[in-house]
Design a binder for this molecule. Structure first.
Ligand code: NAD
Ligand code: MG
Length: 396
C-alpha cells in the first residue's frame, strides 16, 4: 500500500498535535503533506523540522516570511503559504488523500467544505463547520463521494456502534435512540450561585480531557453538547428527538446506540483523542494509537445521570436552533464564538455566555436558505449583533 498524504488543518492545536502523534507511529502508512496553523509559528516550525511536509500554511504574509526563512535555513523542503485560499487549496489538492479538519470555529468551514467538494476522506473534528452548514456540507459529501469520518469522540463512538449501511436510515436499521454522553464538565457539581464568579482558568480545567480553550469553555457551559446534538443530527440524519444527552462523569463510555430489540451498543475507551483519530485515519482497519488498553478494574464503576436543564441552558438553545432550522444553528454558533472569546478575555461573566447566546438567537432572524452565502451572512450578522450587545453590556 502506498503512503497516504494527509493535510492537517489546525496542526498546532490539541487535535492537530494528537494527529501528528498517531502519524509519527505509522510512517509507513501516513505522510504529513500540508501542516496548517494560524499564528503559532514556533510550534509549526518544530513540526516542519520533524515531519518535512511539502507545504506549511500560516495566517499572513509576514508570518509566512518568517517561517519560510527558518525552513530555508534548516534546509527543509517545505513551501510556505498563507491565507484562507491556501487552506482550501491544500485541503483539495490532487496529491491529498485525507484531511484532518481540526481548525477551531467558523474559520474551519471553507477549507473543510473544499475537502468534501474534492471528494477526500474528511476526518471531522471541527464540529462548528457542520453546525453552521450541515445540509450544505452533507450534500457536498454525497455529491462528491467524499468519505466523512467523525473524530469528535462521541460521534466516532456512535459511528462505531452503527451498522456500516446506516445511511439508508436509522429507523430502517432498527435504531431507537442515540445516547450522546457528556462529562458535565468542571462545574457539574458546583453550587449554582458560585457559577457567577468562575474564571477562564477554572472553566478550562476539564476533569477528563485536555483540549483547546474554546471547546473547554463550551464543555463547561455544555454548549459543546448542544453543538454535538446538531452535529449528530447531520452526521447520522438523526431526528433531534432521537438524540438523548446522558451525563456520564467518567468519560469512558463515549456514546451509544439503542436498538429496537433492546440491544445497546457502545464504544468504550480511555479519554484520549488519539483513539478516534487513529480510527478515522485507518478505517476500516485498526492501528495502534499509543493509547493504553482500558482497565475496567481500575475504572470500577460507570455513572449515568440526566442533564440538569437549569444548570446548562445552552443545551436547550441548541435544540431550539435545530427546530428553528435554516441559519439558526449558524447564528447560535457565531454568538457562542463571540461570547466565549469575551469570557476568555474577561469581558463577559461565565453566565453571560448563555444569556448572550439566547439574546442573539432571538434577535437575529434565521433565513430559511442554506447556501454558503446565507450561512456566512448569518454568521456575520450574529457576530455584529453579539458585539453590539457586548458593548452595551446588556448580557453582563
Ligand atoms: P485548539 O485551539 O487547540 O487548536 C485550534 C487549531 O486551529 C490551531 O492549530 C490553530 O492554529 C488553528 N486555527 C485557529 N484559528 C484559525 C484560523 N482562523 N485559520 C487557520 N487556523 C486556525 O483547538 P482543538 O481543541 O484542537 O479543537 C479543534 C477542533 O476540534 C474544534 O472544532 C473542536 O471543537 C474540535 N474537537 C476538539 C477536541 C479536543 O479534544 N481538543 C475533541 C473533539 C472535537
Ligand atoms: Mg465531543
Amino acid at each position: 500500500m502506498s503512503r497516504q498524504n494527509i493535510t492537517i488543518l489546525g496542526s498546532t492545536g490539541s487535535i492537530g498535535v494528537s494527529t501528528l502523534d498517531v502519524i509519527r507511529r505509522h510512517p509507513e502508512r501516513y505522510r504529513a503533506y500540508a501542516l496548517c496553523a494560524h499564528s503559532q509559528v514556533d510550534r509549526l516550525f518544530a513540526q516542519c523540522q520533524e515531519f518535512h511536509p511539502a507545504f506549511a500554511v500560516v495566517r499572513d504574509a509576514e508570518l509566512a516570511g518568517d517561517l519560510a526563512g527558518r525552513c530555508r535555513a534548516a534546509g527543509l523542503p517545505t513551501e510556505v503559504r498563507h491565507g484562507v485560499e491556501a487552506l482550501a487549496e491544500l485541503a483539495a489538492a490532487a496529491e491529498v488523500d485525507a484531511v484532518m479538519a481540526a481548525i477551531v470555529g467558523a474559520a474551519g468551514l471553507e477549507p473543510t467544505l473544499a475537502a468534501a467538494r474534492a471528494g477526500k476522506r474528511v476526518m471531522l473534528a471541527n464540529k462548528e463547520a457542520l453546525v453552521m452548514a450541515g445540509e450544505l456540507f452533507m450534500h457536498a459529501v454525497r455529491e462528491n463521494d467524499a468519505t466523512l469520518l467523525p473524530v469528535d469522540s462521541e460521534h466516532n463512538a456512535i459511528f462505531q456502534s452503527l451498522p456500516a449501511d446506516f445511511a439508508r436510515g436509522l429507523a430502517a436499521c432498527g435504531v431507537r435512540r442515540i445516547l450522546l454522553t457528556a462529562s458535565g464538565g468542571p462545574f457539574r457539581d458546583t453550587p449554582l450561585a458560585d457559577l457567577r464568579q468562575v474564571t477562564p482558568e477554572q472553566a478550562c480545567a476539564h476533569p477528563n480531557w485536555v483540549m483547546g480553550r474554546k471547546i473547554s469553555v463550551d464543555s463547561a457551559t455544555m454548549m459543546n453538547k448542544g453543538l454535538e446534538v446538531i452535529e449528530a443530527r447531520w452526521l447520522f440524519a438523526a431526528p433531534p428527538e432521537m438524540i438523548q444527552v446522558v451525563v456520564h462523569p467518567q468519560s469512558v463510555m463515549h456514546s451509544a446506540v439503542q436498538y429496537a430489540d433492546g440491544s445497546l451498543l457502545a464504544q468504550l475507551g480511555n479519554p484520549d483523542m488519539r483513539t478516534p483519530i487513529a480510527h478515522a485515519l485507518a478505517w476500516p482497519e485498526r492501528i495502534d494509537a499509543g493509547v493504553a488498553a482500558l482497565d475496567l478494574f481500575a475504572v470500577g464503576r460507570l455513572d449515568f445521570l440526566p442533564p440538569a436543564a437549569e444548570r446548562f441552558p445552552c443545551l436547550q438553545l441548541a435544540y431550539d436552533a435545530l427546530h428553528a432550522g435554516g441559519t439558526a444553528p449558524a447564528i447560535l454558533n457565531a454568538a457562542n464564538e463571540v461570547a466565549v472569546a469575551a469570557f476568555l478575555d474577561r469581558r463577559l461573566p461565565f453566565l453571560g455566555i448563555a444569556r448572550l447566546n439566547e439574546a442573539v438567537l432571538q434577535a437575529v432572524p434565521a433565513l430559511a436558505g442554506d447556501s454558503l452565502d446565507d450561512v456566512l451572512a448569518a454568521d456575520a450578522e450574529a457576530r455584529r449583533c453579539a458585539g453590539e450587545m457586548l458593548r452595551q453590556g446588556s448580557c453582563a
